[in-house]
Each structure stands twice: as structure tokens, then as C-alpha cells.
Design a protein around this ligand. Structure first.
Ligand SMILES: [Zn+2]
Ligand SMILES: [Zn+2]
Length: 163
């Protein structure tokens, strides 16, 4: 789990972002609740009706500054856009203008970060062309003899490389 110091810093950053929006729009926005249970390869999501921001604890630990600088403001911009303009396109002009004018950030839609840890383990297989990576799910099917996978290029059956 994330350490208490990081939790305090990210919580402060959230309040800071909300206050920036308050000043810009001269309106009091309701700070969303922060949860750290976002799953998968997604850095974070904003749940507008519930006023919740979910952050991915696994990604946050390794990309803390990126979360502070861009991921959190990105999600807060969704919350602010909803409270200010109600139903708008997720990354539409309202959201973009909040990113730009309130947070002084480029309105990037995707977060660039290393997701190898959240992708799950991959297994090395090979054919004539070289090494191919299979997911745990596919690997298990091979091990349990439920499925054979072949290379799309050379049609050769993929064989696990055993170390
Ligand atoms: Zn978004
Ligand atoms: Zn091949």
C-alpha cells in the first residue's frame, strides 16, 4: 500500500487543485473522496455522480511525481467540469480549458507510465521468428493442454522457453 506521507501529500494536492478551481471560477467546488483501489493498467478514474477519484496504488508508488503533477489534476478537472457544467464530453472543450486555464497543464488524455507491474506476468515462448510473450491466461491454457498457439507469421507452434 502507499505510505502515509504520500497519502498526505496527494490529499493536500487534491485540496490545492480544488482551491485553484474555486479561485478561477469564483465558486466552491466539493472536493471528491480519494480512493486508492483503481485496478488494471489505468492510472485513475473520476466517478462524477459519486464524487470519487480512484487512483491506482501500484502505479502511484512508482510514479508518484507524475500522479502529483498530472494524473490527479486530470481527474480533478473531470470532477470540476461536472460540477460546473454538468454533463459534458469527458475530454471535451470544458475539460481541456480547465486543464489549460486552471491547472496550466497540457490537456493530455493519456498518462505515460510503465505498466509492466500491473500487466501481470508474461511468459516467453518462441518460434522461428524469435521470442513471443504470452499472458498468464494463455500460458495456463497451454500448460493445461486446452490450447495450442501458433505464430501468425511462420505458422509454427509456439514453444515455451524454459530457463
Ligand atoms: Zn480523463
Ligand atoms: Zn514465427
Amino acid at each position: 500500500m502507499i505510505n502515509p506521507e504520500q497519502q498526505t501529500r496527494i490529499q493536500r494536492r487534491l485540496i490545492e487543485c480544488i482551491q485553484m478551481a474555486d479561485r478561477y471560477f469564483n465558486q466552491t467546488f466539493v472536493a471528491p473522496q480519494l480512493l486508492f483501489n483503481q485496478r488494471g493498467n489505468i492510472a485513475g478514474t473520476a466517478h462524477l455522480q459519486k464524487n470519487i477519484i480512484k487512483l491506482n496504488a501500484t502505479l502511484l508508488k512508482d510514479n508518484f511525481e507524475e500522479f502529483m503533477q498530472t494524473v490527479l489534476p486530470h481527474e480533478v478537472a473531470h470532477i470540476v467540469a461536472f460540477q460546473r457544467f454538468n454533463r459534458v464530453k469527458p475530454h471535451g472543450i470544458e475539460w481541456q480549458s480547465i486543464m489549460h486555464n486552471v491547472f496550466n497543464l497540457p490537456p493530455r488524455v493519456r498518462h505515460k507510465m510503465d505498466t509492466t507491474k500491473t500487466q501481470g506476468k508474461m511468459f516467453d515462448y518462441q518460434c522461428k521468428c524469435g521470442t513471443v510473450k504470452l499472458t498468464v491466461r494463455r500460458h495456463n491454457k497451454v500448460v493445461n493442454k486446452q490450447q495450442i498457439y501458433c505464430c501468425r507469421k511462420c505458422q509454427q507452434q509456439l514453444i515455451q522457453i524454459t530457463q
